[in-house]
Design a protein around this ligand. Structure first.
Ligand SMILES: [Zn+2]
Length: 338
């Protein structure tokens, strides 16, 4: 059964013992875009035991340049990325238990999604979600690996509860850059590189080689040929709200907004004010008088004026065609109801 993994087992790094540990491990991957689809591919091929992927989006034409799990058939299929990823990854390695979950990662589901998880990998495109991962990690003692890319550069570091500084130690306040891959652009190789480094650190943790982990921040700019290790260990703060004082502002929902603009797609996501469950058939009927409606078992897509509104079973909606949160909110309350 190990023949598939023989090439990595014979390395000094993994060995049979490491491979067994990998098989017994469970990983939560939050976000299946550029970073996420590379990380998922590497970990599934390497033989991780269980991979749970959470993603809220669909495949768009602008994704194909760097998101290696997706192809042209996935465009306009109206099948969410989480479902496509699960199907494709199962074909790559049927030994791995793969769960593709179509959801927004937020305070209402973060704890249940991390049930039984040994490691969390960041495939997100926004800081808010990362602070939520951070709270979850510190509260439950689960390590996580941060990764981000923009333009031609990227950076990554590991957050190991009790051993390393956490995200809030490093970024004191809400350090959210207004630059996105929509405005600053992004090249494919930096995404795959940062995701590979995240995956490699993940393999160290999952095969029991924590001693080999990197405790510095790694910054890479592929165009300027810069590879820099930036020490961050000294940034661990005793008065850090999360790892110092045990206050989890993001997990408790104090800092999470109900309206999120989605990186690179002129879209706004609206989260329902409370947890709700929609019968999609009923929504289809109520929307039909106002415009074209298409639907499947996962979602309803509604075309109204220049907007395309996608509604999921959990009440979440993505309004495409605007980057103005107030327009998106008013469309949501008009057609779905706050
Ligand atoms: Zn901290």
């Amino acid at each position: 059964m190990w023949e598939r993994y023989s090439r990595q087992i014979i390395t000094f790094a993994i060995g049979e013992e490491g491979q067994k540990k990998l098989k017994e491990s469970s990983v939560l991957l939050v976000g299946c875009g550029g970073l996420g689809s590379t990380i998922a591919t590497i970990l599934v091929r390497a033989g991780v035991g269980r991979l749970r992927i959470v993603d809220r989006d669909f495949v768009e034409i602008t994704n194909l340049q760097r998101q290696i799990l997706f192809d042209e058939d996935d465009l306009n299929s109206n099948i969410p990325k989480g479902v496509i990823a699960e199907r494709k990854l199962k074909k790559i390695n049927s030994d791995v238990e793969i769960e593709g979950i179509v959801a927004d990662f937020n305070p209402s589901n973060a704890e249940s999604l991390s049930e039984g998880i040994n490691l969390i990998l960041d495939g997100l495109d926004n800081m808010e979600g990362r602070f939520l991962i951070n709270d979850l990690s510190i509260k439950k003692g689960i390590p996580w690996i941060y990764g981000t890319c923009l333009s031609t550069y990227g950076l990554t570091f590991n957050i190991i509860p009790k051993k390393s500084p956490c995200l809030r130690c490093i970024y004191d306040n809400f350090a959210n850059s207004s630059m996105t891959c929509e405005t600053a652009g992004i090249i494919g190789p930096i995404v795959v590189l940062i995701a590979s480094i995240q995956s490699s650190e993940a393999l160290k943790i999952l095969t029991g080689n924590e001693k080999d982990l990197r405790y510095d921040m790694l910054f890479v700019d592929l165009w300027r040929n810069e590879f820099e290790k930036i020490p961050i260990s000294h940034l661990k703060k005793e008065n850090c709200p999360a790892c110092g004082m045990g206050r989890f502002d993001f997990l408790e929902g104090n800092k999470i907004s109900s309206v999120i603009s989605i990186c690179g797609s002129n879209s706004i996501q609206i989260n329902p004010p409370a947890e709700r469950f929609f019968e999609l058939e009923k929504i289809v009927e109520s929307l039909k008088p106002y415009g074209m409606v298409v639907f499947n078992e996962y979602l309803v897509k509604f075309f109204y004026q220049d907007y395309e509104i996608t509604i999921f079973k959990d009440g979440r909606a993505i309004v495409k065609g605007t980057s103005d949160p107030s327009i998106a909110k008013s469309l949501y309350s008009k057609f779905i109801g706050m």
